[in-house]
Structure formats: structure tokens, C-alpha cells
Write a protein of this length. Structure first.
Length: 611
């Protein structure tokens, strides 16, 4: 087959691909990560590149000759951690709830000095080891694998019967993973991971002390194949698509493991555990389990529980005998990330009515207390992650995250890392919408006020838009705008989340004022302005002291399981106690949703402080 060379600038990377390959595929092969929110369907318009003087979509342009391709900054996806995300996980960022947990890591090292066999003591070697370990940890029965038995006799005699047993705690079992010569108890580590649709976060933890050594966060490499789970499920149905998506996120995990282990000089031989939490689609894709039925009625995943497994078998490169634990989920759209979040915030252990909201690419919500819990998934879409919007972007360098608009419509913006503005992230859009309402720039239905006489308000040929940053002040050399289509997308996203909250409350006969605590999770939630969120109708108008930001609760829950093995069984109890409410079949949900498609709502009585 005829092949051609494609050179990408400014990355300075080249690749040879067969004739007829699209440029997006060529870029992926070259390691150039181009934004493609629609998964290469030609719908989002994010993958613009230049060939000579022509601007084309990479996903729709085929290679017919040797090419030099210029990729503008606006089309490049960043995979670096943002400043805020790095600050969010300092070593001291541990909740009081986590501090109160019994310290009992899922992996322990037990050093034993065994008596050598004699004529009077002919106990077999395996029984000799297991009996000594069982006595030390008060565990009546420990299992092990054949691989540990094959060279056991030789290893015991070579080490003078002084060995360290590596013990793994499961939900209802204890296993000896390995037997190391001598006393190696001083070095033992594990990783906790949150596998999010948008980002992958990992932490290296010392399992002897419980100390978080470091954290790394990267944008999920699957994003080049689609911004949301549905797009990725569709991509997975392509030949080799599932393999590609699995390898993408495993590459994220591998990068984080290598970076942290190198930074803290931790050899993989002493890393014996990884605990992972993520939504149901992410777990299926990671483990190469067919996710196709997640998007087909009656929306049944292949599994909601993935038992502990050998980490290498799952593609996670820690010690070859290390274990990987996956937090169980509830249903198709309420996954292990939410179960982890519930462990982190403590709703299942409190008698008070509380609410957990994870505002990310998917809006997942759980209402309840220690007696009962009900969960739902809001079809919020990726708008609050910056996807599908004219100038939307993730919260990386140059993303506008705070906005003020004066009476004369002069704008003041604050960006991530104080860089020149490149686009707008989720928290920035919420500020903009609030300011628009305050300055009467938009009506309650989200339409831009046509009577405004300002050069910032203009007709773009399709609809109206507001110029937030003029091109001479932007990093892209183009105006940064918010269009009526953007506002419509954001309105639907906020309406989906708010109406899901109210539908859960209605289902159990409660009002928003009955809630004692609302926990807001997720990286996006961490920078949410509560007043502005209430003003646009994203969150209920109740006492602001009820709201509490808890950061990445999925990662926190995974870390808690890593450090307290009792939570493995507790996680399964929590998931079983959650009743899933399918909003699509809930009779009154659509009425609630339609009523929420105004700013803040059609019923202003629900928002007295805004009124």
C-alpha cells in the first residue's frame, strides 16, 4: 500500500501513513493530540489545521501526498496539569473523615523468622509460612497462588527461613501475593486513581505511613476520540476501537506511575496495589469490556462490579504480582466514582439528609442518608467542561475562569495561571451567564438583548454573540465570544442538573430546604461560585452554608480504600443501598426539565434571593 509522510508543526513530529488516512488518525499515530470532541465525525469543528493557505478539519481531510500540516494552538489539546489541579492535592489535603479511619492498608508486609524443618517438625514449607503469618495478623486462613509455591522451598533455604510475606486483603479473603527474602517491610507503596471522562488523576501513597507522596493529573487521552462517553462508546464499536481506547487511558495511567515513581525514587518492585474508581463507561473501556449496551435500551452494562485482579493482567504496570481493585458501581450511569465519592463524604454513615453532586462531563447525583440513598444521572453533556462551545476549553493555561462585566459592558477576566486568554472554561461560563443577567444582556430565555447598543453585541450571520475579549488581547489572535448557541447549550446543561436534583427530592417527598448538606465534587465543582450558580438556576436557592466543596471525591474514596481495607466490603454495601432513578422514565422529570430552561427558572418563587 502506498504511504505518504505527514509532518506536523509546531510539534515537529512526522509519521508515515497509508494513502487515504485522515489527518486526525495520522496525528494520533504521530503523538500529536488534536481536539476532537465529536470523535472525528466532523461535527464539532475543533480539529482545524492549516495546509498551506487552506484551513481544513483534520478528521475530514485525507492524505493523498506528502504533507506539512500546521496545527494552531486552538486545536491542540493540553495534557498538562493545571495550576489549580496541582494545588488541589497538596500533601495535607485529607478530610477529617479520612483521618478518623482505621489505618489498615489493603497490602501489608509481614516479616517472619521461621524454624527450619527437623525430624520432629516435618511441617511442609507452605504451611510453615502461612501458619507464622496467620498468627501475626490473627487471620485464620490465607490463600496463595501456584507461582508462590513453585520455588518456595529453594527461596526459604536461600534466605535462612527469614522472609517477608506480602499480604493482600480482599472483600472477604486474604491472599499472600509474594514472599520476599529478608526483612523488606520498610518499603511498600500503592496508587489511587480516578479515571474520569475528562481527566485521569493518580496519587502515590506510602502504605506504611499513609502519606500521600505526590499527585499527577492529565487530560484523558481518550478525548481525541470523543469528548463524552456516548461518543467513545460509538468509537469503541469500530474495528480495534476498544483496544485503542483502552490503550489510551492505560497510557495515562502508565505516564502517571512513571512520573511519580521517578520523582519519589520508588521502584515498581515495592508497589503492590492500585485502587481505581471511575464511571461505568470508563471502567469498561479501561478493561476492554464491550460497552455497547450502555447506550442501548434497556441500558444494561456488562458488569457493575469488577473484582480484584492481577494488576498486570489489567494492563497496570506495578509489581508483577500486585493487585488492582476497582470500586463497584450502581448502574449504567452511576459508577464507582460516585460510590467512592460517597465513602469520601460520609453520606452512607450520617442520619442527616445530604446530597452529593458530581458536576463533570456527566452530572451524577445521590440523595440520602445512612438509612437509604437514591441516585440519578443528569444528561448534562460536556458543556461545563468547555466542549461543544464556540470558545470553550478545559481549565488549562489561558482559560477564562472568572468574569466581571461593568455597567458600560467593559469586561474584566481572570485566567488560569494569569496567561493571556485563549478561551472560556466552565466556571467562567457560569460567571458570564450571571453577569449577563445582572446587566440585562440576555433575557430569561437566554436570547441576547437586541436593543443593546454596543460593539460587543453583534450578529455573526447565524445568531447573536457577545465579544468577551477582543482579538488584540487574546492569545489566539481571535475574538473570544459567547454565542446564543453556547448559551442554549449551557442552559440545557444547568437545567438537566437542577431538574435531576428536584426530581430526586420529589420522588422521596422532600424539599431542597430539608437538605442538611450538599457536597459538590469534581474538579469543576472546586472552582464554582455558589452565588452565581444559584443565580443562573444551576443549584437550589437555599442557605449557602449547606454547600461544601470536596474536590475530587472519587480519588479521595479510592485512596481511602487503599488505606483501609474494610472499605472494600463497605463499598459493596453502599452500592447495594442505592436505588437508581431512571429520569428518562420518571413521569414528572420532563416537566421539571422544561421549567428549568430559563434563567434561573420559570418559577421565580424557587429563587427568592435571585428575585
Amino acid at each position: 500500500m502506498e504511504e505518504f509522510k505527514v509532518h506536523f508543526k509546531p510539534n515537529n513530529k512526522s509519521v508515515k501513513v497509508p494513502k487515504g488516512t485522515d489527518l486526525l488518525t495520522a496525528a494520533i499515530k504521530a503523538g500529536v493530540v488534536i481536539a476532537a470532541a465529536c470523535g472525528g465525525e466532523g461535527l464539532c469543528g475543533k480539529c482545524k489545521v492549516s495546509i498551506g493557505r487552506n484551513t481544513v478539519l483534520a478528521c475530514q481531510t485525507l492524505v493523498e501526498s506528502d504533507l506539512s500540516v500546521e496545527v494552531p494552538k486552538s486545536s491542540l489539546e493540553s495534557h498538562a496539569a493545571t495550576k489549580h489541579e496541582s494545588e488541589e492535592f497538596t500533601k495535607g489535603a485529607i478530610s477529617e473523615r479520612e483521618k478518623s479511619l482505621k489505618f489498615s492498608p489493603i497490602i501489608r508486609k509481614i516479616y517472619v523468622e521461621l524454624p527450619a524443618p527437623t525430624q520432629d517438625d516435618s511441617t511442609d514449607d507452605l504451611e510453615r509460612v502461612l501458619r507464622a503469618v496467620e498468627n501475626k495478623i490473627a487471620q485464620p486462613r490465607i490463600s496463595t497462588r501456584l507461582s508462590n509455591i513453585k520455588h518456595l522451598s529453594e527461596n526459604l533455604r536461600d534466605s535462612a527461613y527469614k522472609v517477608t510475606a506480602v499480604i493482600a486483603y480482599g472483600e472477604d479473603s486474604v491472599e499472600m501475593l509474594a514472599l520476599e527474602p529478608g526483612d523488606t517491610t520498610d518499603r511498600l507503596f500503592g496508587f489511587a486513581f480516578d479515571i474520569g471522562t475528562t481527566t485521569v488523576a493518580g496519587q502515590l501513597v506510602d502504605l506504611n505511613s499513609g502519606e500521600i507522596l505526590g499527585t499527577r493529573i492529565a487530560f484523558n487521552k481518550q478525548s481525541m476520540h470523543g469528548a463524552d462517553v456516548i461518543t467513545r462508546i460509538i468509537y469503541a464499536s469500530n474495528p480495534n476501537g476498544l483496544q485503542v481506547l483502552s490503550e489510551a487511558v492505560l497510557s495515562n495511567i502508565e505516564d502517571i506511575i512513571e512520573d511519580l515513581s521517578d520523582s519519589y525514587r520508588v521502584n515498581m518492585s515495592v508497589v503492590y496495589a492500585a485502587v481505581l474508581a471511575g464511571n461505568m463507561t470508563m471502567m469498561h473501556l479501561l478493561l476492554k469490556v464491550d460497552p455497547s449496551n450502555i447506550r442501548k435500551a434497556p441500558y444494561v452494562p456488562a458488569a457493575t462490579r469488577f473484582g480484584p485482579t492481577n494488576a498486570r493482567e489489567a494492563g497496570i504496570n506495578i509489581n508483577q504480582r500486585g493487585t488492582a481493585v476497582f470500586l463497584p458501581g450502581v448502574s449504567t450511569y452511576v459508577g464507582g466514582d460516585i460510590v467512592a465519592g460517597l465513602l469520601a463524604c460520609g453520606i452512607p454513615d450520617s442520619p442527616e439528609l445530604s446530597l452529593l453532586i458530581d458536576i463533570g462531563t456527566n452530572g451524577e447525583i445521590v440523595l440520602g442518608n445512612s438509612e437509604w440513598m437514591m441516585g440519578a444521572a443528569a444528561s448534562a453533556g460536556p458543556a461545563f467542561e468547555g466542549s461543544g462551545l464556540e470558545c470553550g476549553m478545559k481549565a488549562v493555561k489561558g482559560a477564562i475562569q472568572k468574569v466581571e462585566i461593568g455597567p458600560d459592558l467593559a469586561t474584566k477576566v481572570e485566567t488560569v495561571w494569569q496567561e493571556a486568554p485563549r478561551g472560556i472554561c466552565g466556571s467562567g461560563y457560569i460567571d458570564i451567564l450571571c453577569q449577563f443577567l445582572k446587566r440585562n444582556i440576555i433575557h430569561k430565555d437566554g436570547k441576547i438583548n437586541r436593543s443593546i447598543k454596543s460593539e460587543r453585541v453583534r450578529n455573526n450571520g447565524v445568531n447573536y454573540e457577545f465579544v468577551l475579549v477582543r482579538k488584540e488581547f487574546s492569545a489566539t489572535g481571535k475574538d473570544i465570544v459567547i454565542t446564543e448557541d453556547d448559551i442554549e447549550n449551557l442552559k440545557r446543561s444547568k437545567g438537566a442538573i437542577y431538574s435531576a436534583i428536584i426530581s430526586l427530592l420529589n420522588k422521596v417527598g422532600k424539599n431542597a430546604s430539608d437538605i442538611t448538606k450538599i457536597y459538590i465534587a469534581g474538579g469543576f465543582g472546586n472552582y464554582l461560585n455558589i452565588e452565581n450558580s444559584v443565580a443562573i438556576g444551576l443549584l437550589p436557592d437555599i442557605n449557602r452554608s449547606v454547600y461544601e466543596f470536596i474536590g475530587n471525591s472519587s480519588l479521595a474514596g479510592a485512596r481511602m480504600v487503599l488505606l483501609s481495607h474494610d472499605l472494600i466490603a463497605r463499598a459493596d454495601v453502599v452500592r447495594k443501598n442505592i436505588t437508581y432513578l431512571d429520569l428518562s422514565s420518571e413521569p414528572n422529570y420532563m416537566d421539571e426539565y422544561v421549567a428549568s430552561l430559563f434563567f434561573p427558572h420559570t418559577d421565580m418563587g424557587r429563587f427568592p434571593s435571585v428575585r
